[in-house]
Design a protein around this ligand. Structure first.
Ligand code: ADP
Ligand code: MG
Length: 359
């Protein structure tokens, strides 16, 4: 096992700069997810760790060794791809043992390694099958098995679950996590799915357009997003945003369109009239007679909760989640208030988080 250090890394494809100075420290044994919208550079960064793309500037180290000029097969990493990339003419066992065969490891050792990985992944009954005789989930498991057999310093996953149906994705997510808890191999896992990133990671790196927006533990990102982008990207349903201004007339407050008004805890960084965005997560809204009016447009009961979509007096959309079974009807007006201390504040111009000391 090893740490991975990405230090001021840039990537150019021809004249186009795709990654603009990425720095991330991944500790030995850590499970890190790289998450961000499609095209932000996740795969490129992962492929640079694997040695499949050249580093244009900056340094990547695995353990204490700078690997910029080290060939992929000398890096001791194993990559699992979205499309599995299994050899169709080889059995499951042969696919899993192939890398060891290339290294001229003895047949006895190959068999032992394959058996051990197959046990971890529940593949023992399938070892003699060919890839075409497997389901998508089983193929993905074989691809993981092939990585485990190599016993690498680092696992690299590039959206490994994207081809699976929703239920299987949830199951495989748990299996990969369990595998990591057993093997404790340093893992870098790329996904565009923020739920996957949240549920699997020790640490999340949020990327956008080739820059790092925020790095942190899942719940730290959820509770204290550094900017509007992270705030809107992490969490489902997404955080609500209301446009407004700071008012310091009397007590400190947020004033939005259509009569939305909310008192704020002490916030040293703001001044009267500042343009801000107020952020409220759907689960932090509750019914309250002294709240702001919202006209309900859609009601979605899921059984475990009721989700309500509505519009404020200023025409801004707002989503609220309730654990209680309220009997809302579309067209009805309710009054909503945020739970104390649960709101977020961002500068409108820069999108940066504004810290509230009292929160
Ligand atoms: P992600 O994995 O986050 O969806 P990628 O890392 O695949 O994003 O791509 C990031 C950007 O780099 C995209 O704009 C993509 O078009 C571009 N890109 C990726 N590979 C190449 C390449 N070989 N040549 C030119 N541009 C590329
Ligand atoms: Mg990709």
């Amino acid at each position: 096992m090893a740490s991975v250090s990405i230090d001021q890394v840039y990537k150019m494809f021809g004249a186009v700069e795709i990654l603009h100075g990425i720095s991330v420290n991944i500790e030995d044994g850590e499970f890190v997810t790289l998450v961000g919208p499609s095209g932000c550079g996740k795969s490129t960064l992962l492929r640079m760790i694997a040695g499949l793309e050249k580093v244009s500037a900056g340094e990547i180290s695995i353990g204490s060794r700078v690997v910029n000029n080290v060939a992929p097969k000398e890096r001791d990493v194993a990559m699992v791809f979205q499309n599995y990339a299994l050899y169709p003419h080889m059995t499951v066992a042969e696919n899993m043992g192939f890398s060891l065969m290339l290294k001229r490891v003895s047949k006895y050792e190959i068999d032992a390694g394959v058996k051990r990985a197959a046990e971890i992944l529940g593949l023992l009954p399938l070892l003699d099958r060919y890839p075409r005789q497997l389901s998508g989930g089983q193929r993905q498991r074989v691809a993981m098995g092939r990585a485990i057999v190599r016993d690498p310093q680092v696992f690299l996953f590039d959206e490994p679950l994207s081809n699976l149906d929703a239920k299987l994705r949830v199951q495989m997510r748990a299996e990969i996590k369990e595998m990591h808890q057993r093997l404790k191999t340093t893992t870098v896992y790329v996904t565009h799915d923020q739920i996957e990133a949240m549920t699997m990671a020790d640490k999340i790196v949020v990327l956008r357009d080739g820059i790092v927006e925020q790095i942190g533990r899942p719940l730290d990102l959820y509770d204290r997003p550094a900017n509007l982008f992270v705030a809107s990207f992490i969490g489902s349903p997404a955080m609500n945003f209301l446009k407004g201004e700071i008012s310091t007339d009397g007590s400190l407050a947020f004033q939005g369109a259509g009569g939305v008004s909310m008192s704020l805890p002490p916030t040293p960084a703001v001044r009267n009239g500042d343009s801000v965005m107020l952020g409220i997560r759907p689960e932090h809204l509750r019914l309250s007679s002294d709240g702001f009016p919202v006209t309900i447009t859609v009601v979605e009961p899921t059984g475990s909760e009721v989700q309500m979509v509505g519009r404020t007096g200023g025409g801004e959309e707002i989503v609220a989640n309730f654990r209680e079974r309220h009997a809302f009807t579309p067209g009805e007006t309710v009054h909503l208030a945020a739970e104390p201390g649960a709101v977020h504040l961002f500068e409108r111009e820069t999108g940066s988080r504004v810290e509230m000391t009292g929160a």
